[in-house]
Design a protein around this ligand. Structure first.
Ligand code: PHE
Length: 351
């Protein structure tokens, strides 16, 4: 008897739910089934008269029926909720439609300079390479011939991660530590291990150093790395490439000079300065713009290339530094405050 009643009820709910048109109809119908005087409630009350030995089986049957009924209720509830949402919005949502508002965003001034630099190198055959911001000591230091007692490897200068950290997509040896890359030169190694010469890449990206922030230093900044490796690459190629770059960015009358310097991964190494009559307040002063040099034979050895067969040059520049010169900004921190009054000046959007 009870069993039949339950089956009939499940069928009734199953067939009625899809026809319920709105919240009020749904609520009424639900009350007529599982409310205090609802049909399911009445059936459950009659459980009292079921003989003791049949009770477990009957309990099970009731639970099954309850679950089926709940499923029908849930489906109807979801359907009605969605219809309510659509009617409150006035129309079905089409996320692929273009926004009716005029685009208000603009490219960040740092990204504008990055894109300009990348584009200039792209035109002379350099492609873009990427590494990871979280690096291992191998890519950031060892393979670049940076000895283990170098100051950059000090906890005071770099952001090291806890020894216990393990990251699935950046593999490291057990005695190494992860750190936030201190320069984009790590991308030189990643590229040299992946590709065969001739290699011509630029690698723009974010770097991290434990600098105390002041007008020209930030703990988080951006660099663009360049690397050219082939047979018979010479210092003349380096000088010509950087001359082209400087003239494009700072004006055709700009001059460059290479000053001897030191980096463990280039030999010889230089700082490149430039001087331009077209730079307003900064005109006609030598300004330091990047580190560069010929790839050190030790770097070739660490990536399995024969230094007798291959040669190359590398350079690395701070994007903020170039941006500050081009945009006349005298405090690096403006770039990170995201103050719309600052950003708008470089947006090309009418003020
Ligand atoms: N990695 C150096 C720095 O961060 C710059 C550099 C890159 C120098 C490539 C030489 C060659 O200061």
């Amino acid at each position: 008897m009870i069993e039949e009643k339950l089956d009939t009820l499940v069928t009734l709910v199953d067939e009625s739910c899809p026809n319920l048109k709105n919240r009020a109809e749904f609520d009424n119908f639900k009350a007529s089934i599982s409310g205090p005087r609802g049909q399911l409630t009445e059936i459950m009350k009659s459980m009292g008269s079921v003989p003791k030995e049949e009770k477990p089986a009957m309990g099970k049957k009731i639970n099954e029926a309850k679950q089926l009924i709940q499923k029908s209720f849930d489906a109807a509830n979801n359907r009605i909720e969605e219809a309510e949402l659509v009617s409150s919005l006035g129309a079905p949502i089409d996320p692929t439609l273009p926004s009716p508002d005029e685009a208000k965003g603009a490219i960040h001034p740092i990204a504008q300079v990055r894109d300009q630099v990348v584009d200039l190198f792209h035109r002379i055959g350099f492609s873009v390479a990427e590494g990871t911001e979280l690096e291992t000591e191998y890519y950031c230091f060892d393979a670049l011939n940076i000895p283990s007692d170098h100051p950059a490897r000090d906890m005071q200068d770099s952001y090291f991660m806890p020894e216990s950290l393990s990251i699935s997509n950046v593999s490291k040896k057990t005695d190494e530590q992860y750190l936030l890359r201190t320069h984009t030169s790590s991308v030189q190694i990643r590229t040299l291990l992946e590709e065969k010469p001739p290699i011509r890449i630029v690698a723009p990206g974010r770097c991290f150093r434990r600098d105390t922030p002041d007008a020209t230093h930030s703990a988080n900044f951006h660099q663009i790395e360049g690397l050219y490796v082939d047979k018979k690459v010479t210092l003349t190629d380096l000088k010509a490439t950087l001359d082209y770059f400087v003239k494009q960015v700072f004006g055709a009358s700009a001059k460059t000079r290479l000053r001897p310097s030191f980096f463990p991964f280039t030999e010889p190494s230089f700082e490149m300065d430039f001087y331009s009559p077209d730079l307003g307040k900064l005109s006609n002063k030598w300004l330091e713009i990047m580190g560069c040099g010929m790839v050190d034979p030790e770097v070739f050895k660490s990536v399995g290339l024969d230094p007798e067969e291959y040669s190359g040059f590398a350079f690395g520049m701070g994007i903020e530094r170039i941006a500050m010169i081009l945009q006349g900004v005298d405090d690096i921190r403006y770039y990170y405050h995201n103050d719309i009054r600052f950003l708008r000046q470089f947006s090309g959007i009418k003020q």
